[in-house]
Design a protein around this ligand. Structure first.
Ligand SMILES: [Zn+2]
Length: 182
């Protein structure tokens, strides 16, 4: 995985650049949850499921199907009053989907682990992208506070932090200019 901070920042940025005009704190928190939940699968190690198992780490919870299901469930539970096929309803589903998928995409850009099972349960192959600049993050909070953890922070500041903050700044000024014109 990329670190929990990298995943959270990516999800937060997705929410900020979206055009949804609903409670931004609630939206950001839900997006961050969507981007973090896939790594709850590390618990499967303690149930004896090996990494390569479809339910193992970077398995089903990192798949495209899971992202669709999670986006639907989060949208259905937390935005009951928003109509499914309204513009906002469709956008909500879409950004929860993108936030969840952002996790798998970042993981597929990491330099360690065994790849992401994008197509589980249809196919159990694990995939990486050919560009893998992100240092894989240690599993477990205890291991994060180490030299390895510090290297991950520096690496993610460069490969996730700078692009995300740049996007947020551009988004801020674009909106400001639009509001002035309106
Ligand atoms: Zn992951």
């Amino acid at each position: 995985m990329a670190s929990i901070f990298g995943h959270a920042l990516a999800a937060y940025t997705i929410g900020k650049v979206s055009t949804i005009k609903l409670n931004p704190v609630k939206l950001s928190l839900l997006l961050i949850c969507c981007a973090i939940i896939p790594d709850a699968d590390v618990i499967m190690f303690s149930f004896g499921y090996p990494y390569e198992h479809p339910l193992g780490h970077r398995g089903f919870s990192h798949s495209i199907l899971f992202a669709f299901l999670l986006a639907f469930v989060v949208r259905a539970i937390f935005y009951r009053k928003v109509k499914y096929f309204s513009k906002t309803g469709i956008m909500l589903f879409f950004i929860f989907l993108i936030a969840t998928l952002s996790h798998s995409f970042l993981d597929a850009c990491t330099n360690g682990g065994r790849g992401v099972g994008f197509f589980i349960p249809f196919e159990n192959t694990r995939y990486f992208f050919s560009w893998r600049p992100i240092l894989v993050s240690p599993l477990g909070a205890g291991n994060f506070f180490s030299k390895w953890g510090w290297q991950v922070v520096q690496n993610e500041l460069f490969y996730i932090g700078i692009p995300a903050v740049s996007l947020l700044i551009v988004n801020f000024f674009v909106r400001k200019i639009r509001n002035q014109k309106a």
